[in-house]
Design a protein around this ligand. Sequence first.
Ligand SMILES: CC(C)(COP(=O)(O)OP(=O)(O)OC[C@H]1O[C@@H](n2cnc3c(N)ncnc32)[C@H](O)[C@@H]1OP(=O)(O)O)[C@@H](O)C(=O)NCCC(=O)NCCS
Length: 187
Amino acid sequence: MIPLEFDRPMQTPRLTIRLMTDADIDAITAHESRADVCEYLLYEPRTRDEVAEKIADWAIRTRLRRDGDFLQLAVALNDGRVIGELYFSLVSVEHETAEIGWVLNPDDQGRGYAAEAAAALLDLGFGRMRLHRIKAELAPENTASVSLCLRLGMREEAHFVEDMFVKGSWEDTGVYALLRREWEAQA
Ligand SMILES: CC(C)(COP(=O)(O)OP(=O)(O)OC[C@H]1O[C@@H](n2cnc3c(N)ncnc32)[C@H](O)[C@@H]1OP(=O)(O)O)[C@@H](O)C(=O)NCCC(=O)NCCS
């Protein structure tokens, strides 16, 4: 596995994926403050101040080198408007495994932007970093997220029953994953 320094934005046909800055606080707050967006996320809707505090931390996280290192990246249209974010965490150096996550503003869902952005991140993980496996963990009833996993070619690997106590109740977790050889076979 090759450690990553996220030193330049990634471009896709319609999107730029880059580190966040203070200038993104309003755009990120626009979706992170919404109850519908947070329904299946581990956190409650955030205030602008909470988002500002998060972005101050995320903006300086640029490396994936040790277990637990993560990137929280802005997803912007090529005209600069931020429509969402991606999470990419190095789960295990030894097992060359990362985890991916995604959030889009509801106004910008249903256009394939999450799939386009996530595919670029899978390319980075499997191509530049030479990772062995990338997984996504989700609430199994989050059908939009399940569809996205399947669209990316991920396989359902596990369904844990009431393994997490989230926002006051026991919740299930679905695990989807993709291996580098499977990703390369799709190309
Ligand atoms: C999960 C989430 C990111 C998925 O977003 P999304 O926009 O549905 O995902 P995609 O980018 O894969 O887009 C797929 C949709 O775009 C449509 N689409 C339109 N144009 C497209 C194009 N050019 N290419 C691909 N798909 C396109 C697809 O048909 C599909 O529509 P459908 O859902 O009606 O079948 C979004 O629902 C979200 O942010 N949810 C809230 C946060 C959350 O729960 N995150 C996940 C935690 S595990």
